[in-house]
Write a protein that binds this ligand. Structure first.
Ligand code: KIV
Ligand code: ZN
Length: 471
């Protein structure tokens, strides 16, 4: 049976960028936008064009370069902002103008200094203007969760009548509780005329650590778009984390029977690329993409894992793109293995660039024996920047990018000896059945979870290339 589709609206480049220390330049935004495209998000909020020339250029550049997803530009509810957003979105294949205006009494009184009536009129006028330019218009009543519910219904009804096609309900200050947020979505669906013609969206902040729970509660009550960010970055405590939303739906379809069009095997690389660009590392215990997310330290856990990974893992590392920790990179590794690891860390190289990465890698491997992801990322940085110095030694920067390796590299033979079925598709096919993540189906060789090892890259450049495959 077809599951309802939930639109994944990524706002890493807009709300995420508002996170302290996370600002990105135009080139960096473009790079991340391409990765978000690869990841399969439905909407990329590329920026807030009136905010700065850099933001404008980023929205313009992403509109021209990234053609599959919808590209959204943010605008306050006024003509100048809407026009500027539309100007930046001109080249987009699928443009969306996202208009917002605060609706809570606190914001109206202290920030905007307008009455509810003025707010209603301003929201309606701005959406009407946006609609005259662009068919796809989203409206967000900022601080919706602290807005008088009857007034919120009135505003939402007015913007739908004015042409909004998506209505987003922000928990701007991360104040709501999951039941309460779900109830708000339900109330809007019950009370607002025309709501069945538009997409309801969630936009939850994480001030009480409930952004993901609130977003999922909203989806359960009928929201069909989730606004989220890679690594959960965003204002203050951040936004709902994209990778957590996607994997919650994938691992527990018995509870959240919804479909997102995201290719989960690109989640880890997306997280790494963002961390690399912003130089804000992922917290080690971050769900899904933290370096400890698939590590097993305790003896009892390791014993369980050796007997059967199902004992302590609800999804495979491969299903979210965490590199196979058994593929140790050392001086005997070839270009092939190196290229694969680079790809898993979010870097795809042309032949000549790869040659240069490989040359430096061999020098480094000769010195330090085992090359960690952190070293590799630094080395890649140097090559990308064309920085010839510092090519063969890990710098202090490596501390910023600790290796993502699983702490328990269990050889397949150990699993087999312990009686586990190494080819079992972990953990999707156990009794919780429909409820768990599918490992990527793939040709032999399989890894020790039974998931497919990513297919070898077509051209081989050396004799060492296949050393590590099928270990
Ligand atoms: O948190 C918020 O209210 C926002 C809006 C601009 C959508 O980011
Ligand atoms: Zn926000």
């Amino acid at each position: 049976m077809d599951r309802p589709r939930v639109t994944i609206f990524d706002t890493t480049l807009r709300d995420g960028e508002q996170s302290p220390g996370c600002s990105m330049n135009v080139q960096e935004k473009l790079r991340l936008a391409h990765q978000l495209d690869r990841l399969g998000v439905d909407v990329i909020e590329a920026g807030f064009p009136i905010a700065s020339d850099g933001d404008f250029e980023a929205v313009q550049g992403i509109s021209a370069a990234v053609r599959r997803p919808i590209i959204a530009g943010l605008a306050r509810a006024c003509t100048g902002d809407v026009d500027r957003a539309w100007q930046a979105l001109q080249g987009a294949a699928h443009p969306r103008i996202h208009v917002f205006l605060a609706t809570s009494d606190i914001h109206l009184k202290y920030k905007l200094r307008i009455t509810r009536e003025q707010c209603l009129e301003q929201a309606r006028d701005a959406v009407r203007h946006a609609k005259s330019l662009c068919a796809d218009v989203e409206f967000s009543p900022e601080d919706a969760t602290r807005t008088d519910v009857a007034f919120l219904c009135q505003v939402v009804e007015a913007v739908i009548a004015a042409g909004a096609t998506t209505v987003n309900i922000p928990d701007t200050v991360g104040y709501s509780m999951p039941e309460e947020y779900g109830q708000l979505i339900r109330t809007l669906r019950e009370k607002v005329a025309g709501i069945d013609k538009v997409t309801i969206s969630t936009h939850c902040h994480n001030d009480l650590g409930l952004a993901v729970a609130n977003s999922l509660a909203g989806v359960q009550q009928g929201a069909r778009q989730v606004e989220c960010t890679i690594n959960g970055i965003g204002e203050r405590a951040g936004n709902a984390a994209l990778e957590e939303i996607v994997m919650a739906m994938r691992v527990r379809p018995d509870r959240y029977a919804y479909e997102a069009g995201v290719a989960s095997e690109h989640l880890f690389a997306s997280s790494q690329i963002l961390a690399e660009i912003t130089r804000v590392p992922v917290q080690p215990n971050k769900a899904i993409t933290g370096r400890n997310a698939f590590a097993h330290e305790a003896g009892i856990h390791q014993d369980g894992m050796l007997k059967n990974p199902l004992t302590y893992e609800i999804m495979t590392p491969q299903s979210v793109g965490v590199p196979d920790s058994r593929l140790v990179l050392g001086k005997h590794s070839g270009r092939h293995a190196l290229a694969l690891r680079c790809e898993q860390l979010g870097h795809q190289f042309e032949r000549r660039e790869l040659d240069e990465v490989y040359r430096r890698f061999v020098v480094l491997a000769d010195r330090i024996k085992k090359v960690q992801d952190s070293h590799l990322l630094e080395l890649i940085q140097d090559v990308v920047k064309g920085n010839a110095s510092n090519s063969d030694a890990p710098s202090s920067e490596s501390k910023k990018f600790p290796p993502a390796a699983v702490a328990l590299p269990l050889p397949r033979s150990a699993v087999a000896a312990a009686g586990a079925n190494a080819n079992e598709s972990h953990p999707a096919q156990v009794s919780a059945g429909a409820g768990q993540a599918q490992a990527q189906p793939g040709p032999a060789p399989t890894n020790w979870f039974g998931g497919g090892v990513p297919a070898p890259i077509a051209d081989h450049h050396g004799d060492q290339e296949d050393y590590l495959w099928g270990v």
